[in-house]
Design a binder for this molecule. Structure first.
Ligand SMILES: Cc1cc2nc3c(=O)[nH]c(=O)nc-3n(C[C@H](O)[C@H](O)[C@H](O)COP(=O)(O)OP(=O)(O)OC[C@H]3O[C@@H](n4cnc5c(N)ncnc54)[C@H](O)[C@@H]3O)c2cc1C
Length: 383
């Protein structure tokens, strides 16, 4: 069976490795001219680590990352509000492993090469036609190929989603955006730390013994384009309300180097995610706010589960259309849960104001540990 994977991001590389491990003949096309990834961090919770384990890269990810099992919330001046132990079992894999995105991509890419996958950069799909039992694909490098299946992990602005399902599922901006930067790790940052000010949420996440990444969420217009040269000033001004550790970190930032801005937007493609033999997965189908640090995990799980279901059912002779439908029915509720909870956390945090601050903190202390544990336990179940 020949499969085309569109996009060599985390989801596309994961799917390509999983499909190859099950014996499929996989091509990967990537529109970027060469390997390039933002130098910021990414957290991988236990369910994502299980997907990475099935791709054969868990040990390498753990070796370069930082494992932790606690999240602490603080007020703007460093007063401790609530401790949240993660609810993953942590028996077979750590609760969390955060690492540099560059490292995660390099590890996936090296594993892809080890199993014989070659990523064709500077290449995308110019056109495709589903003929029922195969898909004819015209690539932008002029080649014409025929595949049994096309799976697109081409990200939140997915060309394939628009081509197959139209523009009604384009990303919906949340009204918020996030600045991120990798910085030296202060000794006390040994787990996720979230600091809440009015209209600004700041987080520190350890990435290694030496480094951590910082993220700062604020209200932002949907189409804002920040001049990269101004990002240092913007970040420092957003951090103005903070004292204590965040204040010291703010004062150590001198310029815009390494700061990345991203809007926070949702995509929720309703089922079916496949039209015939062409499917749209990962962020292209279910991009979400980053508040559960689950986006990449959902994309990785998509690839791993798809490969497993195809392998199990095709060896039993099942029709491919039925497998693809069952795949969507299995994955949709999990991706929707992640999206809804992430969006709700974002909305709740950004709704904190001077009038409701005390009540919000009280509600956090009363409800957040149990709520967080309940969501983690759902995600601890098989993907
Ligand atoms: C601020 C922020 C913080 C986040 N933090 C975390 C976190 O801590 N943990 C976590 O798990 N997730 C996190 N995420 C989410 C995570 O980054 C995404 O869910 C994940 O990258 C999705 O993977 P993907 O492969 O589906 O898409 P992408 O990573 O977007 O990859 C898509 C790939 O397709 C390529 N492409 C696009 N169009 C085409 C085309 N037409 N042809 C060929 N190639 C194409 C792109 O160049 C890209 O390489 C965060 C997201 C944001 C915005």
């Amino acid at each position: 069976m020949r499969v085309l994977v569109v996009g060599a991001g985390i989801g596309g590389l994961g799917a390509a490795i999983a499909l190859t491990q099950h014996g499929y003949d996989v091509d990967v096309v990537e529109v970027k001219p060469e390997f390039s990834v933002y130098g910021v961090g990414i957290n991988q919770p236990a369910n994502s680590l299980r997907a990475l384990r099935s791709l054969g890269v868990l040990d390498r990810c753990l070796a370069v990352g930082y494992q932790f099992d606690q999240c602490d919330f603080y007020g703007a001046d460093g007063e401790h509000l609530v401790n949240i132990p993660y609810g993953f079992s942590g028996e077979d894999v750590p609760c969390n492993n955060a690492l540099s995105r560059l490292d995660l991509h390099r590890i996936l890419l090296e594993r892809a090469e080890d199993v014989g996958i070659k990523v064709r950069y500077h290449t995308s799909v110019a056109d495709l036609a589903d003929r029922g039992d195969e898909v004819e694909v015209e690539l932008t490098d002029g080649r014409h190929e025929t595949y049994d299946l096309v799976v697109a992990f081409d990200g939140i602005k997915s060309w394939t989603r628009r081509k197959i399902f139209g523009d009604q599922f384009d990303p919906v901006h949340s009204g918020f955006g996030v600045l991120r930067i990798t910085l030296p790790r202060p000794a006390e940052v040994t787990g996720m730390r979230v600091y809440q000010a009015l209209g600004v949420k700041l987080g520190f996440c350890p990435l290694s013994e030496e480094s951590m990444y910082m993220f700062v969420v604020t209200p932002q217009p949907s189409n804002v384009v920040h001049d990269p040269a101004t990002l240092g000033d913007l970040l420092r001004s957003q951090l103005e309300p903070f004292g204590d550790l965040p204040g010291r970190v703010r004062d150590s930032i001198s310029g815009p180097a390494g700061i990345v801005y991203s809007p926070i937007s949702d995509v929720m493609l309703p089922l079916p995610w496949f039209s015939g033999r062409v499917g749209v997965l990962g962020d292209a189908a279910h991009a979400c706010a980053p508040h559960l640090t689950q986006g990449a995990g959902m994309a990785l799980e998509d690839g791993v589960v798809l490969a497993e279901m195809l392998a199990e059912t095709l060896t039993g002779g099942g029709p491919i259309e039925q497998i693809l439908r069952q795949f969507g029915e299995r994955r949709f509720p999990r991706a929707k849960l992640v999206q809804d909870v992430s969006h709700q956390i974002l909305a709740n945090e950004m709704a904190i104001n001077a009038d409701n601050y005390a009540a919000s903190v009280e509600a956090m202390r009363t409800h957040l540990p149990d709520q967080s544990r309940a969501v983690d336990r759902l995600l601890d179940a098989p993907a």
